[in-house]
Design a binder for this molecule. Structure first.
Ligand SMILES: *[C@@H]1O[C@H](CO)[C@@H](O)[C@H](O)[C@H]1NC(C)=O
Length: 235
């Protein structure tokens, strides 16, 4: 499972990993070449991050993989969200116990790893790699096929982690709502890496200061019908 979690950034735009069918990996889009070309550009180097983590972690041990990512981030530029935000995300996952998680904006696989290790039996993670322009907007209408593969037992996506282009957050929330993909009692976590102001005003989010232990029953809706918990973290 960890191998998959760590290799996924090397794969094209959308993939799904089940928490127990470790080998199951679905690739929907065929933009690998464009993605690979972008990867060659500057910024933190995914390849060297993964070489470091694979060489130094204890394979098969989720916590060791995360610690090794954190160790790398101490001395190198990194896209990891880090242990502080990571632990808050852990609390959200433990509280919501999501069966379906959507990660919009997967970077180096760190957040995916954090999410995967805490999913309950049968839980699934769908991650959309953020490196293509508009990849989230293109991916959202295709997500039904994943949920339908659950033989109609799914109530929708229970947890959404947005860590892509913050200008896209509101549009993507509305699209998820329009497509009726969200479980009403679910939770959305938005990360702002500080590059651009999100189009959704910060006052509408419950911040960690207000709500250090999030629970899925807290509601604060910005987008009308999207009545689930929104958590916002800037870093
Ligand atoms: C493993 O970690 C050590 C430092 O703890 C580092 O010097 C070494 O380069 C790492 N291995 C790889 C292959 O990156």
């Amino acid at each position: 499972m960890w191998l998959i979690a760590l290799l996924v950034p090397l794969l094209p735009t959308i993939f799904m990993v089940s928490s127990h069918y470790c080998g199951k990996l679905s690739i929907l889009c065929h933009q690998a070449l464009a993605w690979a070309l972008r990867l060659v550009g500057g910024g933190p180097c995914l390849k060297s991050t993964h070489v470091f983590v694979f060489s130094n972690c204890t394979h098969g041990k989720g916590d060791s993989v995360l610690e090794t990512f954190d160790l790398y981030a101490e001395t190198h530029q990194s896209l990891c969200i880090g242990p502080h935000i990571g632990e808050i995300l852990d609390d959200v996952v433990k509280s919501v116990r999501p069966l379906w998680v959507l990660e919009l904006g997967m970077h180096c696989g760190y957040s995916s790893g954090r999410l995967l290790r805490l999913l309950p039996h049968g839980g699934r993670l769908i991650a959309v790699v953020s490196r293509f322009l508009h990849s989230s907007a293109e991916a959202i209408p295709t997500l039904h096929s994943f949920l339908e593969s659950d033989q109609g037992t799914s109530d929708g996506i229970n947890l959404v982690l947005m860590d892509h282009d913050s200008q896209q957050y509101l549009l993507d929330l509305l699209a998820l709502e329009r497509e009726e993909l969200l479980c009403p009692s679910g939770c959305t976590v938005l990360l702002n890496r500080g590059t651009k102001e999100p189009m959704i005003s910060e006052e509408s989010w419950i911040t960690p200061e207000e709500e250090s232990i999030p629970t899925a029953s807290k509601q604060k809706s910005q987008t009308g019908g999207f009545a689930n918990l929104h958590l916002y973290f800037a870093f």
